[in-house]
Design a protein. Structure first.
Ligand SMILES: [Zn+2]
Length: 113
């Protein structure tokens, strides 16, 4: 019972999630170049991962609430260990939602258990 409660607190539930079918998974992302941990992300629904919405980044603390810091929208997502550029910020027009567009073959995804 306790475990179930914790899990439900970790997954964000809102209008974006319900519009994608209500299915959500947490993914750990790593840099392809140096294997360093980059971030934990909540993926809503099915389909391939092309962009990372700012409001779905769950860790690390330095990358939380980016959607509230408008001055950061021009800053690319980089690997803190090797400096590789992993994704570029933009506004996903359909939802007017800030996101990082993933640069192909720069990020490794692993399902978080
Ligand atoms: Zn790296």
């Amino acid at each position: 019972m306790i475990k179930k409660f914790i899990k439900s607190k970790l997954i964000k539930r809102d209008k974006y999630r319900s519009s994608r079918g209500g299915d959500a998974r947490r993914l750990d992302m790593f840099c392809v170049q140096c294997q360093a941990f980059v971030l934990t992300y909540q993926k809503d629904g099915h389909g391939s991962l092309l962009r990372l919405y700012f409001d779905r980044i769950l860790a690390p603390t330095a990358l939380l609430n980016l959607e509230k810091q408008t001055d950061l929208t021009g800053k690319p997502l980089t690997c803190l260990q090797c400096g590789a550029i992993l994704a570029m910020p933009y506004i996903y027009e359909k939802e007017q939602r800030p996101a990082f567009r993933i640069i192909q073959a720069t990020i490794i995804k692993r399902l978080k258990k």
